[in-house]
Design a protein around this ligand. Structure first.
Ligand SMILES: Nc1ncnc2c1ncn2[C@@H]1O[C@H](COP(=O)(O)OP(=O)(O)OP(=O)(O)O)[C@@H](O)[C@H]1O
Length: 342
């Protein structure tokens, strides 16, 4: 488990104080994929670099499996760091080394025997799907292939934790998908804890279990991705979600609704997992004699769970509408009455 307690990091540039990370407390459980999202300059890179002490926090503690990194001597810290792999947006491969040699480097540095290196590098290149490219040089590879080499190299030390610093930001959408699939596979097969930073909500949605949202050096919101997605608290979180999943009714539709003689009640229903299959609209009609009309809907996949939102207009007796809302609320659906009058 990774524990960050009240971590702050201050830089000084020409005597100017920059508070890159401010009082961050978070825990990453063994085996989970934890995402940190924020805009450029939010402090994500600095924070993730504090996890392996590439940056030493100015204040606060970082503990890995209960051990405070600040308490370790240089040799012990190096040993702990070997269990924390890292990959970068810019891949950081040695351009004069072949794919094989890039992946072999950590093993050679650790003094592994030649036959062990050959076996392990072969196995790792197999995992990342690049066995046939082992004699090539980084300049002969695509961005996605370079990142695969970097992932294989990071795995060479059998890490328990993999830190990903904007690992897919330099890649096109299709290549991003395949690298995210690979990270997911590595997490599931080898139970490696992954901490990633990104400015793309799509990355969080696809592979993360939990997420922390950073703004101006602070973590302003954190939780399970599904919870944060369905009940975002902060404006910045809502904006990130909006980039991939808009829950709002288009203005033109709203204008049309206002013109109805009996506009009824507008409800936004959000649902996840099992509730996707429930015939709630038919129930409203049959049980409460309401007339539900679908105005707008959106559905998406958040890692393994389906999440959707539906805006409906219900007309009928006011008491029946309230009873219908109570009924939907009882189903553990998230119901929101949209105020369209204003
Ligand atoms: N070594 C450094 N010296 C001085 N200031 C720094 C240093 N590293 C980061 N900063 C500053 O700290 C703040 C946070 O930077 P950081 O790179 O952690 O943000 P980020 O969220 O990762 O942004 P990006 O996505 O653009 O990399 C910025 O104002 C940055 O200029």
């Amino acid at each position: 488990m990774i524990q960050l307690k009240n971590v702050s990091k201050v830089f000084y540039q020409n005597k100017h104080k920059i508070e890159a990370v401010k009082n961050v407390t978070l825990e990453v459980q063994q085996g989970e994929i934890f995402g940190i999202i924020g805009f450029s300059g939010a402090g994500k890179s600095t924070l993730i670099r504090c996890i392996n002490f590439l940056e030493r926090p100015t204040e606060g503690t970082v503990s890995i499996n209960g051990v405070d990194l600040a308490s370790l001597k240089e040799g012990q810290l190096r040993k702990t760091r070997r269990k924390i792999g890292m990959i970068f947006q810019t891949f950081n491969l040695l351009s004069s080394n072949t794919v094989f040699d890039n992946v072999a480097t950590p093993l050679r540095l650790a003094g592994a025997p030649r036959n062990e290196i050959n076996r392990k590098v072969g196995e790792l290149l197999e995992i990342v799907g690049l066995k046939e490219k082992e004699a090539m040089y980084p300049s002969q590879l695509s961005g996605g292939q370079k990142q695969r080499v970097a992932i294989a190299r990071a795995l060479a030390s059998d890490p328990e934790i993999l830190l990903c610093d904007e690992a897919t930001s330099a890649l096109d959408p299709q290549t991003t998908e395949s690298i995210l699939e690979l990270l997911l596979e590595i997490n599931r097969k080898y139970h490696i804890t992954i901490v990633l930073i990104t400015h793309e909500m799509h990355v969080i949605k696809k592979i993360c279990d939990r997420v922390a949202v950073m703004e101006n050096g602070k973590v302003v919101e954190q939780g399970k991705v599904l919870d944060v997605f369905s009940r975002p608290q902060q404006a910045i979180t809502k904006n990130f979600i909006k980039t991939i999943f808009d829950v709002n009714l288009p203005e033109s539709l709203l204008a049309q609704i206002k013109q109805h003689d009996d506009p009824g009640q507008l409800l936004r229903i959000s649902f996840a997992g099992d509730h996707v299959a429930e015939p709630i609209l038919a129930e409203l009609a049959v049980k409460f004699a309401l007339r539900p009309n679908i105005m707008y809907g959106n559905i998406t996949q958040i890692k393994d769970t389906t999440f959707g939102t539906l805006v409906i207009r219900v007309t009928g007796e006011p008491a029946a509408i309230q009873a219908g809302i109570d009924y939907l609320s009882g189903l553990e659906l998230q119901i929101e009455v949209i105020d369209y009058a204003g």
